[in-house]
Design a protein around this ligand. Structure first.
Ligand SMILES: Cc1ncc(COP(=O)(O)O)c(C=O)c1O
Length: 476
C-alpha cells in the first residue's frame, strides 16, 4: 500500500479517518484528467476496480492455510460484489464460489465454473434454485427441514445425485449461546444425517456455519463443538468431508488504525458537549452520552481491527482445544477446510466516484455539498460510511476553506453520504469528484438502489496497460 499525502489533501474528516489506499488507487487519483475522462466516458457515479488485490488476498489466504498442511478450498462469497471479473478470477485460480441466488449460480455456471466449485448458501431457496443446483452438480447448503423436504422432492423429479452440506447453529462460547436465525441445531445433526441417508440421490459431504461478527474466538468455539459431531458422522461417511466456516474474516480500512479510537473519543466528547460536533446535528451514530457515561456501538463496520485476514485465520488454526491445535484436530478428523470470504478478499479492489453538483448552505447556514450519487451506493448493512472520502479537483479554481456535509441524490432529509463533517481546506465546487475508497466489498453493491430511476453505477476494471474495461455484469 502506498500512502502519499497529496491525494488526501483536498478533503478530510474534521476528525480524520484516513483510508488505506492501494498503489493503483493513488496512481489513478494522481492523474485528475484520467479520472475525469473515465467519468465522462462511463458516466457517474462509477465504480473503478482492480482484481489484482483480490488475486493477492486469495493467494495469501491459501498460503496461510497451506502452512498447516490442511486441504483447503476458499469459496468467494460473491454477494459482496456482483462483478463477473471476480468470478472469472476465482475460476482461473481454481477456488470456489459461494452463491446466494439463482442469478449468481447461473452466472457462475455460464462463466465456466464447474458445479462442484459452487456452493449455494442462499438464505431462501425455492424449487427453481434447488433444481438448478441439482442439474448442475452445485453443492447445496441446507438451512432447515423444509429445505430438506423440498430437496427430497426435487431429486425425485430429476433423479440425479446432489451433494449437500448442513448449516449449523446452537453453538456456545463461555456458556453463552451464539444466536443465529440460520441453520439447524448441532445436536440434531446425527438424526438429520440419518434422514438424508434414506434418499440415495442425496450425499452429505460436509457441515457449514457462518457466524455473525468477526470474532475468531467464536469460530474456535464453533469448530471445537462441531468436530465431535463430524467424528461421529465419519463412522458411516468415509468419503471426503468438508467443514465450511463461512465468512466474516475481518479487515482493516484505516491507514492509521489508532484514528478509530481517537475518532470515537472525539465523538463522545462532542456528544457530551465538551467539543464542537463532528457529526451532523451532533448525531451519535449509535453512541449516546448521558450522566451515567457513554454507551452504544457505532453503526458502521469496525474500520480498525487488531487481528485481520491471514493473522486471524492463523489465530484460529493455532488455537488449542482438548490439548491439540484446531488445525491438528481438523487433520485428525480428515476434514477439508472451506471458508467463504467476501469483504476481506475484496480489500483494496475498488473505489466509487461521483461528481459534486452544488455547494450551498442549509437553513441553519451549514455548508451542504451535493454529490451525484445516493447513499446506497456506498453502504453495507451499516448506516454509516466511516471513512474519509477523497476529492479529485476539477479544472476550475477553488476558493475558501469549507467545512460541511455531503448530501446525496435521494429527496429525503436523511439522505447523507456520510453524517461526518468534512473539511475542504482549499474549498470545493461543482465538477470536483468525490471518491469513496475501498468500496468493492459490499459497499458499492450490497444495498445499491435506483430510486427516482437514477441509473446504477457502472463498473470498470483497470487493466495493466492503463485502459479501463466495463465489467460483463454491465454489458451481458
Ligand atoms: C453464508 C455466508 N457466507 C459468507 C459470507 C461472507 O461474509 P464476509 O463478507 O464477511 O466474509 C456471508 C455474508 O453475509 C454469508 O452470509
Amino acid at each position: 500500500m502506498k500512502t502519499q499525502v497529496s491525494v488526501y489533501e483536498p478533503c478530510r474528516g474534521i476528525v480524520p479517518l484516513r483510508a488505506r489506499l492501494e498503489n493503483w488507487m493513488v496512481t489513478l487519483l494522481e492523474e485528475p484528467k484520467l479520472v475525469h475522462d473515465l467519468l465522462d466516458k462511463h458516466g457517474a457515479p462509477l465504480n473503478i476496480q482492480s482484481d489484482a488485490p483480490f488475486r493477492g488476498n486469495i493467494a495469501d489466504l491459501i498460503g496461510c492455510v497451506g502452512e498447516f498442511d490442511l486441504p483447503f478450498l476458499p469459496m468467494f462469497a460473491r454477494k459482496a460484489n456482483k462483478c463477473l471479473t471476480y468470478v472469472d478470477a476465482a475460476r482461473d485460480i481454481n477456488i470456489g464460489i459461494d452463491t446466494a441466488s439463482h442469478a449468481e449460480v447461473v452466472q457462475c455456471l455460464d462463466r465456466g465454473l464447474p458445479g462442484d466449485r459452487i456452493v449455494c448458501t442462499a438464505a431462501v431457496k425455492d424449487q427453481d434454485l434447488m433444481s438448478l443446483c441439482v442439474a448442475n452438480g452445485v453443492t447445496i447448503i441446507l438451512d432447515n427441514l423444509d429445505e430438506i423436504t423440498l430437496l427430497e422432492e426435487v431429486v425425485q423429479y430429476q433423479d440425479r445425485p446432489v451433494s449437500v452440506g448442513l448449516r449449523l447453529n446452537g453453538f456456545e462460547r463461555e456458556g453463552q449461546p451464539l444466536y443465529s436465525r440460520f441453520g439447524l441445531p448441532l445436536r440434531k445433526i446425527p438424526d438429520i444425517a440419518t434422514r438424508l441417508s434414506q434418499t440415495p440421490q442425496i450425499t452429505l459431504d460436509g457441515l457449514h456455519f457462518h457466524l455473525n461478527g468477526y470474532s475468531s474466538a467464536d469460530r474456535i468455539a464453533a469448530i471445537a463443538q462441531t468436530l465431535p459431531v463430524i467424528t461421529a458422522l465419519r463412522h458411516s461417511i468415509q468419503r471426503d468431508f468438508f467443514l465450511d466456516i463461512g465468512g466474516g474474516i475481518p479487515m482493516n480500512y484505516l491507514d492509521d488504525p489508532a484514528q478509530w479510537d481517537t475518532w470515537k473519543s472525539e465523538l463522545d466528547a462532542a456528544l457530551g458537549g465538551t467539543r464542537e460536533p463532528i457529526t451532523q446535528h451532533n448525531v451519535g451514530l449509535g453512541r449516546t452520552v448521558d450522566p451515567d457515561g457513554a454507551k452504544g456501538s457505532i453503526d458502521s463496520y469496525p474500520v480498525a481491527q487488531g487481528v485481520v485476514q491471514t493473522d486471524w485465520m492463523r489465530e484460529i488454526l493455532n488455537a488449542t482445544d482438548g490439548g491439540k491445535t484446531i488445525a491438528n484436530r481438523l487433520r485428525d478428523a480428515k476434514v477439508s477446510l472451506r471458508c467463504e470470504p467476501g469483504r476481506s478478499v475484496l480489500d483494496g479492489c475498488g473505489m466509487t466516484l461521483a461528481r459534486v453538483a452544488f455547494c450551498k448552505t442549509d437553513s441553519a447556514g451549514v455548508p451542504v455539498i451535493g454529490v451525484q450519487m445516493n447513499r446506497t451506493q456506498s453502504r453495507s448493512g451499516f448506516s454509516e460510511f466511516a471513512l474519509d472520502p477523497l476529492m479529485v479537483p476539477g479544472p476550475e479554481p477553488r476558493g475558501d476553506p469549507v467545512e460541511g456535509y455531503l448530501a446525496g441524490t435521494y429527496c429525503t432529509e436523511s439522505e447523507w453520504l456520510t453524517r461526518r463533517k468534512m473539511v475542504f481546506p482549499a474549498g470545493v465546487r461543482p465538477g470536483d469528484i468525490m471518491v469513496f475508497p475501498n468500496t468493492a466489498g459490499y459497499l458499492m453493491h450490497f444495498l445499491e438502489s435506483r430510486s427516482h430511476q437514477f441509473p446504477l453505477a457502472k463498473n470498470v476494471f483497470l487493466q495493466r496497460d492503463g485502459t479501463a474495461t466495463l465489467d460483463a455484469i454491465d454489458t451481458d
